[in-house]
Design a protein around this ligand. Structure first.
Ligand SMILES: *[C@@H]1O[C@H](CO)[C@@H](O)[C@H](O)[C@H]1NC(C)=O
Ligand SMILES: *[C@@H]1O[C@H](CO)[C@@H](O)[C@H](O)[C@H]1NC(C)=O
Length: 377
C-alpha cells in the first residue's frame, strides 16, 4: 500500500475516533448528525487594530486530567490539590486575559507515559482553545507518542480537531517527520494587504529520540525539512519581505552557547539537544526572514538569546504535570506583532514584542522585550 493510501485510511479512522470522542466529551442532543470540523476563518489575519498576538504554550505534559498529579509544586501554593486541571485552569486564564489570535502548542502537549488514551488526553489538553474558539497550531515533542498513538496519528488527529490550523506535512512532498507546515497571517480586511501574507509561521518536527553510533540522543531537524523550509521561504519572499517565526520543540546545539551572551530571562538547566548539528542555524540565517524561533523542551529555561541576528526563545514550562521547580511559577509566552500605521490603511509589520505571564497570584507579566523592528535588522 502506498503511503498516501495509508495516511488516507489513518485520517478516516481518526475522524471516526474524533467523532466518538467529541460526542463523549461534549454530549449534544443533536449529536446523531455527524459533525464536521469547525474551521477558523482562513486565512488568519491581523486584527483591525493592526496587531496579531500569539500565545506559546510549551510542554503541557497532560495526562488523564483530574487523576494526574502535579510535579514540583510547593504545598503552600496548593500543591496537594493540584492536577492536570490546574493546567487547564491556567490555559483558560491566559486566554481570557490575553485574547490571543493564535495559540502555538510547541510539543509535549501530552505526556504519553501518563495518558491512558492519547486522543482523550489531547482533547482535554487542547479543550480551552476550542472552548474559546481560538485558532491553534501544534507540533510534537518527544513525549507525545508514548501513549496509544504514533506521531503520524497524533499529527493527523490534531489537524482534524476544531479550530486547528495544524497540518501533517506539505502536500505532495516527502518531508521527514510529522508536523512540518507553514501558516501565513494576512493583512486586515480593508487594507492593501488583505490578500497578502505579512507574517509567516514555520512549524517543524524536531523528532523524539534517536541512536547515533550506538549512543542515545534527541531527534533533530533533517535535510528534507530544511529543503522544504528554504524553498517555502524563497517563494514567500518573492514580492514582499515579510518577517517570519519558526516553532519547534527541541533546541539546536548552538542554543547552549547563549549562556555566554546577554540573554533575557532564566537559563537554569542544561540545553537538552541532539548531538547532531544538521545546520538549522545556517539555513535560518541564509533565509533571512526568520526573526525569532520559539522552543520548548527545557522547562526551567525561559530565556531569549540572539544567534546571528535571530532570537531563540524558550516558552518556559506551562504544564503542572511537567517537571518544574517549586516556587518558580508555571508560565506562558506571548508574541505580539504590530503593523505600521500608514496614511490610509495598515502597512507591513513594524515591530515584534514578547513577554511572559506567570501563573501566580498577581498573574505577573515579566521580561517584556523587543525582538524585531523594521529598519533594524
Ligand atoms: C490547583 O487548583 C486547585 C483547585 O482550583 C487550587 O486549590 C490549587 O491552589 C491549585 N494549585 C496550584 C499550584 O495552582
Ligand atoms: C483580494 O482578493 C479578492 C478576491 O480575489 C479581490 O476581489 C480583491 O480585489 C483583492 N483585494 C486586493 C486589495 O488585492
Amino acid at each position: 500500500m502506498s503511503s498516501s493510501v495509508v495516511s488516507f485510511l489513518v485520517s478516516c479512522l481518526l475522524s471516526l475516533l474524533l467523532l466518538r470522542l467529541s460526542t463523549l466529551l461534549d454530549p449534544d442532543p443533536s449529536a446523531a448528525v455527524p459533525r464536521v470540523k469547525r474551521v477558523p476563518s482562513l486565512p488568519l489575519r491581523f486584527r483591525h487594530d493592526g496587531a496579531f498576538k500569539i500565545l506559546q504554550v510549551a510542554d503541557m505534559h497532560f495526562g488523564n486530567g483530574a487523576a494526574t498529579r502535579c510535579r514540583d509544586v510547593a504545598p503552600e501554593v496548593g500543591g496537594a490539590r493540584c492536577s492536570d486541571l490546574n493546567t487547564t485552569r491556567f490555559l483558560r486564564r491566559v486566554i481570557e486575559a490575553e485574547k490571543p489570535d493564535l495559540i502555538a502548542f510547541t510539543g509535549d502537549n501530552i505526556f504519553g507515559g501518563s495518558a491512558f488514551d492519547a486522543a482523550e488526553s489531547l482533547l482535554k489538553a487542547i479543550s480551552p482553545a476550542i472552548e474559546y474558539k481560538v485558532p491553534w497550531a501544534a507540533i510534537l515533542g518527544n513525549h507525545d507518542q508514548e501513549s496509544t498513538m504514533s506521531r503520524e496519528e497524533l499529527m493527523v488527529f490534531m489537524s482534524l480537531m476544531d479550530y486547528s490550523v495544524s497540518q501533517v506535512n506539505p502536500p505532495g512532498l516527502l518531508v521527514h517527520g510529522f508536523g512540518n507546515y507553514h501558516v501565513s497571517i494576512h493583512g486586515p480586511f480593508g487594507s492593501e494587504f488583505v490578500n497578502t501574507s505579512l507574517l509567516n509561521l514555520y512549524f517543524l518536527d524536531s523528532g523524539d529520540r534517536e541512536v547515533v553510533n550506538g549512543i542515545k540522543t534527541y531527534g533533530w531537524i533533517k535535510e528534507s525539512q530544511l529543503g522544504w523550509l528554504r524553498a517555502t521561504s524563497l517563494e514567500l519572499q518573492k514580492n514582499l519581505h515579510p518577517p517570519a517565526f519558526s516553532f519547534f520543540h527541541i533546541p539546536i546545539p548552538e542554543v547552549r552557547g547563549l549562556w555566554y551572551t546577554d540573554f533575557k530571562g532564566q537559563y537554569q538547566e542544561g540545553v537538552a539537544c541532539s548531538t547532531v548539528n544538521s545546520g538549522v542555524l545556517d539555513t535560518l540565517t541564509s533565509m533571512g526572514d526568520v526573526k525569532a524561533v520559539f522552543l520548548g523542551h527545557d522547562h526551567l529555561n525561559d530565556f531569549c538569546g540572539n544567534l546571528n541576528g535571530i532570537w531563540f526563545c524558550y516558552g518556559g514550562g506551562f504544564g503542572y504535570h511537567a517537571y518544574g521547580r517549586p516556587h518558580w511559577p508555571r508560565r506562558a509566552r506571548v508574541i505580539y506583532t504590530e503593523l505600521k500605521k500608514g496614511y490610509k490603511s495598515w502597512e507591513e509589520v513594524e515591530s515584534v514584542h514578547t513577554w511572559k505571564l506567570l501563573d501566580d497570584e498577581f498573574f505577573s507579566k515579566i521580561d517584556d522585550q523587543v525582538l524585531w523592528r523594521r529598519g533594524s535588522r
